[in-house]
Ligand binder design. Structure first.
Ligand code: ADP
Ligand code: MG
Length: 478
């Protein structure tokens, strides 16, 4: 009861754009709630209102029965946003201490030992076995998230709100994070987690809440739902249009990319061929050099050794792995972001659109990818993460090259967009393009790769075919 959260008639607009329409929700103690819904539905806006990032809403928030304007000031409520707010150049213990009154002994002397003990306890809460003096920059993305969760728990958080923290993690890191969240729920805490990953939601949540276009459309216990049931629930409104296609049999054509004993970045020597009409998948853990293979294939990293041969018209387009940093220009419009043909190094190099034809193409792409909001003149920076991904993807499609290098093509996108992206990849394959897909999401490989291999320690392992893939337990394989 003390930490029960009640949301009544929550309504929020940005200017004339209404984003939340009268949301009513109650979260009780000991519940693990999966918050789902398409990109742009309003999930992050809801969370940011709870966190006190956005004011100016209509409706009521209560915690433990008491009305509040936000939960920002409550040490018993903690938020994990995608930006974790950790300082890379400081140690774990210094990060845990940030914003806390230092533990003192004999007046002004800092008690480092007591702080180290407190930090070690915080790490124990999340099952992270690292010395507290470790620099945060030396941690994997998942370990950083665990530190952020440990910091909240150590400060007494009984409610954790986690907004898409797993979408950028390797599957091992994601499982660790979810395991530690689950343990806090078992100990009586409340976790509200936004995720598009069905397996995660099914594995740990007791209850699922679905928001669509700023309205609550589903709020039910997860019991009795299997994967198909959950997909049906999420895409119920247009299930037909989003049914996953069968893979057509296509005989691969000429090689569009050949890497022969190539070294560069953190990888090598690697050899790899991508032919017209095939989708080649690569996966691997963080730190394996996986993304460097993509950058070599795209030509963004110059090989230090070995040979790169390009067939067809020799043109390549890249969907980069970190759309938040490498994706686009926040204060340029959607249409401008679609039309820049390559990401220039300096923003002064961004040119005005060359002509009306380009604008028409870009507008058609906004419709084709169902970018939300549909207004092509809205700023890229206002888009939700999944919609940014669509714009970055759309930019590659507009270039219509022979070879596509797609890094984490479905990172952070909702179920419908995921299917749409798979459909687009099939369309590229059918049109005779070659696709190199580099992903840490096994579902991508299972859905569209004709053959795949694991990258480990900068080398590419043996390829396995789509048929063998269907019979392999990939999670165990990597
Ligand atoms: P989700 O997290 O469900 O993907 P968001 O809550 O991020 O969705 O976005 C909901 C809608 O609100 C989107 O249409 C988005 O473009 C819009 N939006 C979000 N933040 C802002 C903002 N600061 N200014 C204007 N519009 C915004
Ligand atoms: Mg969001």
């Amino acid at each position: 009861m003390a930490h029960d959260i009640e949301i009544r008639g929550l309504t929020k607009s940005f200017g004339s754009h209404a984003v939340l329409h009268g949301i009513d929700l109650r979260f009780g103690e000991g519940e693990f709630i999966g918050l789902m819904g398409p990109n742009g539905a309003g999930k992050s806006t809801l969370i940011k209102i709870l966190a006190g990032v956005y004011g100016g809403y209509a409706g009521e928030l209560r915690i433990g029965g008491a009305q509040v304007s936000s939960l920002a000031a409550r040490s018993d409520v903690g938020f994990i946003h995608q930006d974790l707010g950790l300082v890379d150049d400081l140690s774990i213990v210094d990060n845990l201490r940030m914003g806390e009154a230092p533990l003192r002994r004999f007046g002004a002397l800092l008690d480092h030992r007591a702080e180290a003990r407190a930090a070690a306890q915080a790490l124990e809460l999340v099952g992270l076995d690292r010395p507290v003096e470790t620099l945060v920059s030396a941690l994997s993305p998942g370990e950083k998230t665990l530190v952020a969760v440990g910091r909240l728990l150590a400060r007494g958080a009984r409610v954790l709100v986690v907004d898409e923290a797993t979408s950028t993690l390797s599957s091992g890191d994601a499982q660790r994070l979810i395991g530690s969240l689950k343990r806090t729920v078992d100990a009586g805490a409340t976790v509200i987690m936004v995720s598009h990953k069905l397996s995660e939601i099914l594995a740990v949540c007791d209850r699922i809440v679905v928001i669509l276009d700023g309205r609550l459309v589903e709020d039910r216990p997860i019991g009795g739902l299997d994967r198909d049931g959950l997909v049906r629930l999420l895409v119920a409104r247009d299930a037909e249009a989003h049914a996953l296609e069968e893979r057509e049999a296509i005989e691969p054509g000429e090689p569009l990319l050949e890497l022969d004993g190539v070294c560069g970045g953190r990888v090598g020597p690697v050899s790899l061929t991508v032919r017209a009409g095939e989708v080649v998948g690569l996966t691997g853990l963080a730190g394996s050099g996986l993304h460097d293979v993509a950058l070599l294939a795209n030509g963004s990293i110059r090989p230090a050794d070995g040979r790169v041969r390009r067939g067809g018209d020799g043109r390549t387009a890249l969907v980069p792995p970190y759309r938040e940093r490498q994706g686009g220009f926040d204060d340029q419009s959607i249409v401008e972001n679609l039309a820049i043909s390559a990401l220039p190094r300096w923003r002064s190099a961004v040119r005005l659109l060359r002509g009306a034809a380009e604008r028409t193409d870009a507008e058609a792409m906004v419709r084709r990818l169902a970018v939300s909001p549909r207004d092509p003149d809205r700023a890229y920076g206002d888009l939700s993460g999944g919609n940014k991904q669509k714009v970055v993807f759309g930019r590659a499609l507009l270039r219509a090259p022979g070879l596509y290098v797609l890094c984490e093509p479905t990172r952070g996108v909702d179920v419908q967009t995921r299917r749409e992206i798979y459909r687009l990849i099939f369309e590229l394959r059918r049109s005779g393009a070659g696709v190199l897909m580099v992903t840490s999401d096994f579902e991508d490989l299972a859905a569209v790769a004709d053959r795949m291999a694991v990258v480990d320690d900068g080398r590419i392992g043996a390829f396995i075919s789509a048929d063998d893939l269907a019979n392999t337990d990939l999670e165990a394989f990597v």
